[in-house]
Design a protein around this ligand. Structure first.
Ligand code: SF4
Length: 243
């Protein structure tokens, strides 16, 4: 990470493959690393990933991980990392079951993948040779409907990257929590685009209800008006509107 940042990459993501070593050591080492990045570069990790090792073809170790983490400890890990690094995005993959992923949102996970394939070329070829087994086999629409059904806003926002709000510029907004002024409006408009272009009718109905309810949570009247305007523009065919 140091070498990447010294070479000009201003955002890095860190993570641990849980199951290989004692998770207490892994967390302490991870937090030391976060502290080091903050101290040296003034910028902590943009994201933290927390995969648990899953059975993989040709790997005996993956079938019998030396320090397997059970569900209870895994929930604890998510909560500890959430309170320790409050500004970071926390990622959970499709290795975990739908039930665990749902629970994980309430503990601090902010990003999930969906409809993933783990075999090289898997999105265009057959499904053989997967690197590890998945716990969540639902397609994107099913995952989106589930997230929306629990009152969360599935966001497809990439506004910060596209506007160059990265590295120290991003941390200046993320650490005091000011980034929320951008995240919620952008979540609503990008979600609206998904609903218009890709969702099944059932998911669209659930999603529209979430958008209507969440508009009230935008704290600024001006930003709320702008967001409502952008939502109307998207409905009439415009795309790619973000703050
Ligand atoms: S505005 Fe968009 S890209 Fe920036 S932090 Fe929020 S969700 Fe992420």
């Amino acid at each position: 990470m140091d070498r990447a940042m010294e070479a000009g990459i201003d955002d890095v993501g860190v993570g641990v493959l849980f199951g290989l070593a004692d998770y207490r050591f892994e967390i302490m080492a991870l937090l030391q690393h976060v502290h080091h990045l903050e101290e040296k570069f003034g910028v902590g990790p943009h994201t933290i990933s927390m995969p648990r090792i899953e059975p993989a073809e040709g790997s005996d170790l993956s079938l019998h991980p030396p320090h397997a983490v059970d569900d209870n400890d895994f929930r604890k890990i998510i909560a500890i990392l959430r309170v320790s690094v409050p500004y970071t995005g926390m990622i959970l993959s499709t290795r975990e079951t739908g039930k665990m992923r749902r629970e994980a949102f309430s503990l601090g996970i902010s990003q999930v993948s969906a409809g993933s394939r783990t075999n090289p070329g898997g999105y265009s070829e057959d499904d053989s040779g997967a690197q590890f087994s998945l716990g969540d086999h639902r397609n994107l629409d099913e995952v989106i409907a589930d997230i929306a059904g629990h009152g969360y806003v599935p966001s497809f926002c990439t506004g910060c990257y596209r506007l160059g709000r990265t590295g120290a510029d991003f941390m200046d907004l993320a650490k005091p929590g000011l980034i929320q002024l951008y995240c919620l409006p952008n979540a609503l408009t990008t979600f609206k685009e998904y609903l218009e272009d890709y969702a099944t009718p059932k998911t669209r109905t659930a999603g529209e209800a979430v958008i209507a309810a969440q508009l009230a949570n935008i704290p600024s009247d001006e930003v709320r008006k702008k967001t409502i305007h952008n939502l109307e523009e998207i409905e009439s065919g415009k795309r790619d509107l973000y703050l």
